[in-house]
Ligand binder design. Structure first.
Ligand SMILES: Cc1cc2nc3c(=O)[nH]c(=O)nc-3n(C[C@H](O)[C@H](O)[C@H](O)COP(=O)(O)OP(=O)(O)OC[C@H]3O[C@@H](n4cnc5c(N)ncnc54)[C@H](O)[C@@H]3O)c2cc1C
Ligand code: FES
Length: 497
């Protein structure tokens, strides 16, 4: 069996998209978009289609963060979301959510066709199933509501999974694709006619009329923060959308199944398959969510997912990585104007694990705000909403966990010397009153940085699979040398003497 590649996304590893240059000097455009994930890149394309000049900047490579680390199901079937929205907001808002998702999916299909993007877009049925009698009523209710909403939903008692289920919701005509190839392919269509794409260009400063990297500045009439969670503390979205990490394993399998699958109970398994151009077949699976930077939970959920894959699918793990997404307090993303800087500063975040259809729908909403086109979905997705009744208990729980991480970090017992942990291990230490995040490589060489997250001061935790320092509070991620890999932090972890 090959040694699995740790911390490498299968999608990113198998995408050979040409690189874009970093930003240098001054650039003037109508719209600056920070973040070339599915949201930023799709919005850039839609605005270019309307004649706007756009600069799209990414800290890394286009499509290689949350989007390129997802399982890449493109579906409006989001577990039991419609009964949750119906309960919190009523049927008319569940209808808005459904319509937005359907348009998001159609947009992806249309863009792939229009620009001939080679991203293995394939139509598949999607299933949300349960193994337990206690959840059957929820499945039935979801089918009833989604049929009323006009979604392609049916109730089934079995599907082609190699174990028996109690009930499932089946949607036909959903999609799966290669997410990095899609975003990178879409980004390739952008340069020209006053539009630009800049990679390896981390934005470190921004205001109502510009964004800046260490090497250059983009001046623009509109700023869109498509950075998964808006950078820094602008808009306070980190108090309304909470990071969740999930284990992902890609494993070679002898046979594939036709559909895309997700169960409603814990342990949670999201599954789809992919066949590459050489005919190799892979299962792509995500497991139960955990707080970023909690290595014990990470280990436990990876082990469980691997056991599930190998026992049911005769699978050989080849890649494994951790991905994060932000769950909004009421399960609905925040898309639109954020007043905290100006009316021309827009955001999209809180996709709750479903950012591909939601992210494409967000791009439509962002375009409509800039072009002044009315769009009924804004009422539900309003980025300025704060509805404590719809998200109150979750909000309280998450806020108290943030306080714990601010005070003491994940593990209360801190080590005090580099001798207290072995080669290939990491630890949070307390030395001379300072919190230190240290990793010792296989040869005993220690790499140490401050453990205090520069975003708002929480103590980072170890991500064993990707070998990164991840912040449990708001999901920032850092490399071993402290470099920012993922916001909302924009400054690196501090150096230690
Ligand atoms: C395990 C897992 C599986 C998932 N599977 C699915 C799925 O099957 N279907 C689905 O619909 N959703 C899925 N999701 C959710 C989905 O991946 C996300 O919601 C979606 O990709 C978010 O897109 P985005 O464009 O907002 O973020 P990203 O793709 O992360 O894009 C943001 C970009 O901003 C850039 N950036 C950040 N900071 C800066 C800066 N300072 N300067 C410049 N650029 C910056 C980043 O480099 C990044 O490229 C999954 C999530 C997880 C955790
Ligand atoms: S991401 Fe906010 S404190 Fe770390």
């Amino acid at each position: 069996m090959p040694t699995p590649k740790h911390g490498i996304s299968y999608w990113n590893f198998t995408c050979n998209a040409p690189a874009f240059p970093p930003l240098s000097g001054d650039v003037h455009v109508d719209v600056a978009i920070v973040g070339a994930g599915i949201v930023g890149t799709t919005t850039a394309r839609l605005l270019k289609d309307q004649g706007y000049s756009v600069a799209l900047l990414d800290a890394h490579r286009a499509g290689q963060q949350a989007t390129g680390k997802s399982t890449a199901k493109v579906t409006s079937q989001h577990s039991l979301i419609y009964q949750q929205i119906e309960q919190k907001f009523g049927m008319s808002h569940a209808q808005l959510y459904a319509t937005a998702q359907q348009h998001g999916i159609q947009l992806i299909e249309a863009l792939v066709g229009q620009h001939q993007i080679p991203c293995d877009l394939e139509s598949r049925p999607a299933y949300t199933y349960t193994l337990q009698e206690q959840h059957v009523a929820q499945i039935e209710k979801e089918v009833e509501i989604t049929q009323q909403l006009g979604l392609p939903s049916t109730l089934v008692q079995q599907c082609d999974l190699p174990f028996s289920i109690r009930a499932a919701i089946r949607y036909d005509h959903q999609f799966q694709f290669h997410p990095t190839a899609y975003v990178a392919g879409l980004a390739e269509t952008l340069p020209g006619d006053g539009c630009h794409v800049f990679e390896n260009s981390p934005v470190v400063d921004w205001s109502a009329d510009h964004v800046a990297t260490a090497q250059g500045k983009v001046h623009a009439g509109y700023i869109i923060m498509a950075t998964h969670l808006p950078l820094g503390q602008v808009g306070g979205y980190y108090t309304r959308a909470f990071p969740k990490a999930e284990p992902v394993i890609v494993a070679k399998v002898p046979d594939t199944l036709d559909g895309m699958y997700l169960n409603v109970e814990d342990p949670n398994h999201s599954l789809r398959f992919h066949r590459n151009s050489a005919g190799d077949q892979f299962a792509i699976a995500a497991g139960t969510a955990f707080k970023p930077g909690h290595p014990d939970e990470e280990r436990q959920h990876f082990r469980e997912l691997e056991d599930w894959l190998t026992s049911h699918f005769n699978a050989e793990p080849v890649y494994r990585w951790v991905n994060e997404d932000y769950t909004s307090m009421d399960q609905v993303p925040f898309v639109g104007r954020s007043t905290s800087i100006s009316n021309d500063y827009l955001v999209a975040t809180g996709f709750s694990g479903w950012g591909l259809s939601n992210g494409s729908a967000a791009a439509i909403m962002l375009r409509d705000l800039i072009t002044g086109t009315s769009n009924p979905w804004h009422e539900l997705f309003d980025a300025q909403r704060f509805k404590p009744l719809a998200g109150g208990p979750k909000l309280l729980k998450e806020s108290s966990q943030v306080l714990t991480h601010l005070v003491s970090g994940y593990l209360s017992r801190k080590r005090h010397s580099y001798d207290e942990f072995g080669n290939g291990e990491a630890a949070i230490l307390k030395m001379d009153g300072k919190r230190i995040a240290a990793f010792k490589d296989e040869h005993g060489l220690v790499q140490a940085v401050s453990a205090v997250c520069p975003h708002m001061g929480c103590i980072v935790g170890w991500n064993e699979t990707d070998r990164t320092w991840d912040c449990p509070c708001h999901g920032s991620r850092f490399a071993l040398d402290g470099t920012v890999l993922h916001g909302p932090a924009v400054k690196p972890l501090g150096k230690v003497d």
